[in-house]
Design a protein around this ligand. Structure first.
Ligand code: NDP
Length: 274
């Protein structure tokens, strides 16, 4: 089994991007909006800021109280849409329950929607047209390409159908000529389905949901999950041990996570230079 080192690939892609920034008329600008105090979200947002600074981007973090109203949040998005120094806007999910995430996403100018969450960009992805693609599945595709995984004709199973990970992941794999099955909480016998897959992407949000004996010999295993256990350990959606029979496995942490941030930078750079 070979680990798919997202840390190393992300570092390389970030360095390549950083070299291109000084040649631009102005640095790319990324705004990240954080509503509330979710500790995990705070960590992710601060990592995005650190990488953006390192690349020479303009970075603005907008911190809003957990009880921010929808109209107030939409006003913040409007101001960022109108700001010529900002090329990319990311509203960190999950939002507090009283805020309609779809309404917020759709307020973002699709050209600045660097997490690919607007209906416009989601629609472009479905049709295989150029738009902003959600960062996590884009990062997974980059990892698979780096490892030289053959996608054409491969049987892929994606577990989880969120708009930000599972669904766009399935679409990207299908565009790359995989035969894709998208599994979710109502799927019968997920284990049997996963056993049939040459490529497995787990984006479930349940610690170690996918067992080692679900994985077929020689399969490629992409673990998107990040779960903090009560004892403080960080684990994925796939069990961490007993996967020697797989061909490739993404570690948690150090697999998909850093690639998500690298793709956010790529999307923002692309928005700035479009
Ligand atoms: P969501 O909670 O939005 O979606 C989870 C999906 O898993 C849903 O589609 C749900 O099905 C499905 N699911 C839940 N239980 C089961 C089950 N028993 N069997 C099969 N499917 C099930 O999560 P996200 O997509 O936002 O995130 C998934 C994971 O990825 C999380 O651990 C998250 O922390 C992580 N993540 C990691 C990122 C990274 O950069 N590495 C970025 C984003 C997320 P249904 O639709 O039927 O409810």
């Amino acid at each position: 089994m070979i680990p798919l080192d997202g840390q190393a690939l992300a570092r390389r892609l970030n360095q390549e991007l950083a070299r291109q920034v000084p040649a631009l008329p102005r640095p790319p600008g990324l705004a990240v909006v954080l509503v509330g105090e979710d500790p995990a979200s705070r960590v992710y947002v601060s990592r995005k800021g650190t990488v953006a600074h390192r690349l020479g981007f303009v970075h603005r973090q907008v911190d809003l109280a957990a009880d921010t109203s929808l109209p107030d949040l939409l006003r913040v998005v409007d101001a960022l849409n109108a700001d010529p120094t900002i090329d990319g806007i990311l509203v960190q999910l999950p939002l507090p329950a009283h805020l309609d995430a779809a309404a917020v996403a759709d307020r973002i100018d699709p050209r600045k929607d660097v997490d690919g969450l607007t209906a416009t960009n989601a629609g472009l992805l479905v049709q295989g047209r150029v738009g902003h693609v959600p960062c996590t599945p884009l990062g997974v595709m980059a990892l698979l390409a780096e490892a030289g995984v053959t996608l054409r004709g491969a049987r892929a199973v994606v577990v989880g159908r969120s708009n930000i990970v599972g669904r766009p992941m399935a679409q990207l794999l299908e565009h790359a000529d995989c035969t894709v099955t998208l599994a979710h909480s109502r799927t019968r016998d997920v284990a049997a389905l996963v056993r049939s897959a040459e490529i497995v992407v787990a984006a479930v949000g349940r610690p170690e949901f996918v067992a080692a004996d679900w994985i077929a010999p020689g399969a490629v295993v992409v673990d998107v999950g990040i779960n903090r256990l009560p004892d403080g350990r960080l684990v994925g959606d796939v069990v961490g041990a007993g996967l020697d029979h797989a061909a490739f496995v993404t570690p948690v942490p150090g697999g998909v996570g850093p690639m998500t941030i690298a793709m956010l930078m790529q999307n923002t750079f692309r928005a700035a230079t479009a």
